[in-house]
Design a protein around this ligand. Structure first.
Ligand SMILES: NC(=O)C1=CN([C@@H]2O[C@H](COP(=O)(O)OP(=O)(O)OC[C@H]3O[C@@H](n4cnc5c(N)ncnc54)[C@H](OP(=O)(O)O)[C@@H]3O)[C@@H](O)[C@H]2O)C=CC1
Ligand SMILES: O=CCCC(=O)O
Length: 296
């Protein structure tokens, strides 16, 4: 690995993000091969049709690749892919790289990193900012931490998947940074939805609120992107609400462990929990609006 020959790369997890990211690796032509795996194996078919290989287990992917990337739902999924039967660990041999780009907490990432390195492998965590469209466009923002040699080795892959990557230090730093970023995002979206609900109740046009917000210091792409979906009350998933609530839960646990008060995020988390409880978990996180609307 790293001797100038093209790397063979693997990808575990072909959800909203993973499929687009793996497709960009494949389309780049930079890699000797791209081998994919997904728990629901049928989801590999589209990429296989475009030239990827597929394998039946994470171990088989890792066994046949120099470096394997993963983009999995949550800590349970990330741990299952590594420690489960025929998981990543069963395929790791000295020198192989594993790059987990899922949004998880530091404890999960550390446990995975220690297990991979105990078998002679190298580990990087690489959670991302940016949603479905930036994933398709190769415009993600990648937060990396862990083995610096592996981070440098996979820079071309990060350049294909993202517009900028940051090396933040030892394993755990990127997991923590990603949770802070998504805590801010979740709270912002909660406040925005309350504003949209209040505007409506107060007899104001939500489109006018959007325009006014967009012209001032609070202008941001998220309000501009999600505002129309909220007005239409239609939330096709780009970032599923269940993942945003997971990220708030993990950020609050980080705050707890450090004694950092997070009252705004805690309140936002309750609204996402209510939306999740109302069956909105698989819709886009903008569906948190539905939990802010007073139905009376
Ligand atoms: N969507 C977004 O905008 C963004 C998401 N993220 C993060 O990226 C990760 C993936 O997100 P996204 O693609 O949206 O999620 P999806 O829900 O679309 O995909 C989740 C993936 O995880 C797999 N999975 C779930 N549970 C398990 C398990 N127990 N064992 C093995 N595989 C499992 C799913 O497999 P199967 O198909 O079989 O269900 C699927 O491949 C999450 O951590 C999310 O927080 C980060 C930035 C943006
Ligand atoms: O974790 C998801 C982040 C979504 C985004 O950055 O738009």
């Amino acid at each position: 690995m790293g001797d100038g020959a093209k790397l063979s790369v693997g990808f575990l997890g072909l959800g909203i993000m993973g499929e687009a990211m793996a497709r960009n690796l494949l389309k780049s032509g930079l890699f000797a091969s791209v081998t994919v795996w997904n728990r629901t194996l049928s989801k590999c078919q589209a990429l296989v049709g475009e030239g990827a290989k597929s394998a039946e287990t994470p171990a088989a992917v890792v066994g046949s690749c120099d470096v394997t990337f993963a983009m999995l739902a949550d800590p349970d999924a990330a741990l299952a892919a590594v420690f489960g039967d025929n998981g990543v660990l069963a395929g790791i041999t000295p020198g192989k790289g594993y790059v987990d780009m899922s949004t998880v907490d530091e404890a999960t990432s550390t446990r995975i990193g220690e297990a991979v390195t105990a078998k002679g492998g190298k580990f990087v965590e690489g959670p991302v900012s940016g949603s479905k469209k930036p994933a398709i466009d190769g415009q993600l923002i990648i937060m990396g931490a862990g083995d610096k040699e592996l981070y440098d080795l996979v820079q071309p892959a990060f350049d294909v998947m993202g517009k900028k990557s940051f090396y933040l230090g030892s394993t755990g730093a990127a997991a923590r940074m990603k949770l802070v970023v998504n805590m801010v995002m979740g709270a912002m979206m909660g406040a925005f939805c309350e504003g949209m609900a209040l505007a409506d109740k107060a007899g104001l046009e939500q489109s006018a609120l959007l325009e006014i917000l967009g012209l001032g210091a609070m202008a941001n792409p998220m309000f501009a992107l999600k505002g129309p979906a909220i007005m239409a009350r239609n939330y096709p998933p780009a970032f599923p609400l269940k993942h945003q609530q997971k990220d708030l839960r993990l950020a609050l646990a980080l705050g707890d462990s450090l004694g950092q008060p997070l009252p705004v995020a805690a309140a936002a988390n309750e609204v996402y929990k209510a939306a999740r409880g109302a069956g909105k978990g698989d819709e886009d996180f903008a569906a948190v609006y539905e939990a802010t609307v007073n139905k009376k």
